[in-house]
Write a protein of this length. Structure first.
Length: 263
């Protein structure tokens, strides 16, 4: 669920449908017809409507992307002319940079539809999010899990977001039992990074935060849709300063030239 964030990864039609669906859910929350909403965090806008907050982020599922090959060919062995299916502009841009001679085919539909298109079509493989495959029982289809350094995920990928009213004295105390503090801190950093950048819907922005030895480390990038121009960096700090870390990383990328890519 949820509306598309400011980042890329959703085509205009899909984003419009998500925004409409989310608007109805948020109106139901504000009207007290429901008490909470569960969204896929990567699809939530970085700016929530007045009166609503992100009450909890349960423990994050694996945020990495995966390569699914029709012939079980390893990703590192791919060469010129390979046909790869994926729907996200973020993935397309990074793949163009990694495999400039690959032919990228836009894939639409749910996970089952995309797996069926791989089995029936002329694609060599597809790239999907591991979290969705695991939640739908398709983890066995994975040929290779791609590292964060190979393909940086979408903001919030692998996270669920529980949205509630900001002054709900009954529901708000219950969020503590559902919240996973490290995942919530990582989500805050990534979403602050996205909001500060303010990228358009067709600009690939990616980011991933993790907590290692008590330190929150956020990696982020902005890349042109054709993969030709990229700026990336990382920022770190204490988890309680998650939003500050995200904002500082965004500013670092803007000063490095991301503002020109985001135009």
């Amino acid at each position: 669920m949820g509306s598309p964030p400011k980042t890329a990864g959703n085509d205009e039609q899909k984003g419009g449908l998500k925004a409409l669906f989310t608007k109805e859910i948020e109106e139901a929350l504000l009207d007290n017809r429901i008490d909470l909403a569960v969204h896929s965090l990567k699809d939530m806008s970085s700016e929530l409507p007045k009166g609503l907050i992100l009450g909890a982020v349960p423990e994050r599922e694996d945020p990495r992307d995966v390569w699914i090959s029709k012939t079980k060919q390893p990703f590192r062995a791919l060469s010129g002319g390979v046909r790869i299916g994926t729907g996200a502009v973020r993935r397309q841009a990074q793949l163009k940079r990694l495999l400039p001679s690959a032919e990228l085919i836009v894939l639409r539909g749910n996970v089952d539809t995309r797996l069926r298109k791989l089995a029936e079509g002329e694609l060599d493989g597809i790239v999907l999010a591991l979290a969705g495959l695991k939640r739908l029982g398709h983890a066995q289809t994975v040929t290779e899990i791609l590292s964060i350094d190979t393909l940086l995920p979408a903001i919030g990928q692998g996270c669920l977001g529980i949205q509630i009213r900001d002054r709900d004295s009954v529901v708000l105390p219950l969020m503590k039992a559902l919240d996973h503090a490290p995942s919530h801190a990582a989500a805050k950093a990534e979403r602050a990074f996205l909001e500060k950048l303010g990228g358009g819907c067709q600009t690939p922005i990616a980011g991933h935060a993790s907590i290692e030895s008590g330190e929150l480390i956020l990696k982020g990038l902005v890349i042109s849709p054709d993969g030709q121009h990229l700026v990336s960096a990382k920022e770190s700090g204490r988890p309680f300063d998650a939003e500050g870390i995200g904002e500082r990383l965004a500013q670092k990328l803007l000063e490095a030239g991301a503002d020109k890519i985001l135009l």
